[in-house]
Ligand binder design. Structure first.
Ligand code: NCD
Length: 305
């Protein structure tokens, strides 16, 4: 049985196949409308979500399947003191596949030990978010036509941003990616991510606090929200929250074919005026999230066409 806990649970070939399937779903949605008929997806969200949960549900419904689940821990037996393991064990008696989000790092891994059906990590604390990474990779592939030979800037909260950790891991497996990490000193990429994804493989990277100075070199700019819910005190959050605010003026010296990504939700870090710039890819990225999740659900249920 397959689980997707970490993006490296998928080989590069499998990721390429998921992207190809997502492209085919976009081109021929009708072909896929009954692939999951009779199957049920459970979404167990112990943390807030808009895009991840609803794109999973929309994905399953568009495959002809059905969905069940909860969107806050308080409405499940977690509120009575049930362990994550027992909750997931229970749901795996009903559903064919489970997508779960949890504030504790490693919770989906623990769930996979007791579940009788495939578990998909839909975000675990400040750790990983592999399905956002699949969304990001599909977006880069659609915007650029390839997944290699880029300079990618990651900007914002690189410490707690789980989407960053998973995407760095994923991109480190493609050729000639030049990583530029832009963050306040307190929110630098964790050492374990650098060690595992970059240093071990001898992949070079640069770190800076200054977005504008590196802007002209970037092919992709991955903006992120400062992760308020992971801070130990509000004071630090307030001091760091507006470290980077992308404006049309700051894009004047950027490449004409830059792609700007953001997993969303945004708070202040991208001005709404940037949305009109054709280089802003984050609303297209939202759409892509549904199609890659359709491809993933099919793969994990062994229902590929
Ligand atoms: C991200 C997450 O939950 O980690 N959102 C998402 O899934 N699209 C990013 C964030 O919350 O900042």
């Amino acid at each position: 049985m397959r689980n997707l806990i970490d993006i490296t649970d998928l080989s590069v070939e499998e990721i390429d196949r998921l992207i190809a399937t997502a492209e085919d779903i976009i081109a021929n949605p009708a072909k896929y409308s009954q692939v999951c008929a009779g199957k049920q997806l459970a979404t167990l969200f112990f943390e807030p979500s808009t895009r991840t949960r609803l794109s999973f549900e929309s994905a399953m419904l568009s495959l002809g399947g059905s969905v069940l689940g909860f969107s806050e821990a308080g409405s499940s037996s977690t509120a009575k003191g049930e362990t994550v393991g027992d909750t997931v064990h229970t749901v795996s008696c009903y559903a064919d596949i489970i997508a779960m989000r949890h504030p504790k790092e490693g919770a989906p891994y623990a769930a996979a030990q007791v579940a009788e059906v495939p578990i998909i990590n839909a975000g675990d604390g400040g750790h990983n978010h592999p399905t956002q990474t699949l969304t990001d990779l599909l977006t880069i592939h659609r915007e650029k036509g390839r997944l290699d030979n880029f300079t990618v800037g990651f900007c914002g909260d690189l410490k707690f941003g789980r989407t960053v950790h998973s995407l760095v891991n994923a991109l480190s497996r493609y050729e000639n990616i030049n990583f530029v990490f832009i963050s306040p000193l307190e929110l630098k990429l964790p050492r374990y991510v650098k060690e595992e994804a970059l240093k071990k493989k001898g992949i070079p990277y640069t770190q800076t606090t200054d977005l504008e100075s590196v802007m002209p070199q970037l092919d992709i700019l991955y903006m992120t929200r400062v992760q308020r819910e992971r801070f130990f005190n509000e004071e630090d959050y307030l001091r760091l929250k507006d470290s980077y605010i992308l404006t049309p003026a700051k894009l004047l010296n950027a490449k004409a074919d830059l792609s700007i990504l953001h997993p969303l939700p945004r708070v202040n870090e991208i001005q709404v005026a940037v949305d009109k710039d054709p280089r802003a890819a984050y609303w297209r990225q939202v759409k892509n999230g549904k199609f890659i999740r359709m491809a993933l659900i099919m793969m994990m249920l062994g229902l590929e066409i």
